[in-house]
Design a protein around this ligand. Structure first.
Ligand SMILES: [Zn+2]
Ligand SMILES: [Zn+2]
Length: 311
């Protein structure tokens, strides 16, 4: 039994106006630029590559600077930057417009996303929308059909010029590109990351910098990247979607609910990703609290079909 036809009304709003306002050729050109076949060594983003190397070396070095305060700080910051910052703000709020947040809260949670080191909010959201527009087909920025490691991290090393980034934003995130807060973070992204690193060092020396900075960021990278790689390869499917998305329980736990990825691809705007009682979605719990106290509104909660075709 397929639920594909029931999903149409809720999947399209993830790209609010780009389908109608922009010529398809522009979208196709951008999608084409994400193909692995387009990759050239001359297109390597060396800044991203060196940053990744430094973060991973720092994460390994953390083993030699163990202090319990730093370990607790790393766990708390992982939740704050990955669950609140990336899953709640970057993904569900900005990329999919699953709910609206009060101004100061929206700023704070987006800042948490910035401190995850996963790119500016505009870049993250626009690229993620390209993924949804071409999931597991040519033009998907990170499909494991082009190689597991490509989908996990290699796709990140493709350099994009400022003009290419702007074109990507205007075509895939026309509703976000004029947002003053997002433009502010676009200009100040590096400043926040470097300043936060300095703050950690000032507060707790090398131990806090390596645990709360490098190791926390690296663990956050891999738990997020697993959604692009592992959750399109392993796991079960609740819905018959046209892509290879899967629900992977351990990715669901590690990535604060994002691992119920087949549910998400089937219902992209739905704010809650756990559709069966045992599909725990920790990020949804935070959204529920924000909704309860009136800080999150217009929460998209279109209930999935009562009986899921389990596959
Ligand atoms: Zn996906
Ligand atoms: Zn998504």
């Amino acid at each position: 039994m397929s639920t594909q036809v029931e999903l149409v009304d809720i999947s399209s709003p993830s790209l609010p106006t780009s389908d109608t306002d922009r010529p398809p050729i522009e979208r196709a050109k951008i999608q084409e630029s994400f193909r692995r076949a387009q990759f050239r060594w001359s297109h390597v983003d060396w800044i991203v590559l060196i940053w990744m190397l430094v973060m991973h070396v720092g994460a390994i070095a953390a083993a030699f600077f163990v202090e319990w305060k730093s370990v607790i700080a790393a766990i708390a910051l992982h939740w704050l930057t990955c669950s609140v910052g990336v899953c709640l703000a970057y993904h569900r709020c900005l990329s999919h417009d699953s709910f609206r947040l009060a101004g100061p809260v929206r700023f704070f949670v987006t800042l948490c996303g910035v401190l995850s080191g996963q790119g500016s909010p505009l870049m993250w959201a626009a690229t993620h929308r390209v993924h949804h527009s071409r999931s597991d087909r040519d033009g998907d920025p990170h499909s494991p059909r082009e190689g597991f490691w490509w989908s996990h991290l290699l796709w990140l090393f493709v350099r994009r010029t400022p003009a290419e980034r702007q074109r990507l934003y205007h075509v895939f995130a026309p509703d976000l590109v004029q947002d003053r807060m997002l433009q502010f973070f676009e200009r100040t992204y590096s400043f926040w990351l470097v300043s936060f690193g300095g703050l950690l060092f000032w507060l707790g020396g090398w131990s806090l910098l390596l645990w709360g900075g490098c190791l926390r960021i690296v663990v956050g990278y891999h738990t997020t990247w697993l959604i692009n790689s592992a959750s399109h390869v392993w796991g079960y499917r609740n819905y018959e979607t046209s892509d290879g998305s899967r629900n992977l329980w351990w990715a669901g736990l590690l990535a604060y609910g994002e691992g119920w990825h087949n549910n998400h691809h089937a219902w992209p705007r739905e704010a809650c990703y756990g559709h069966r009682w045992w599909e725990l979605d920790l990020t949804w719990q935070t959204i529920r609290i924000l909704k309860l106290v009136g800080l999150a509104t217009q929460v998209v909660q279109k209930s999935p079909p009562a009986s899921l075709p389990h596959r």
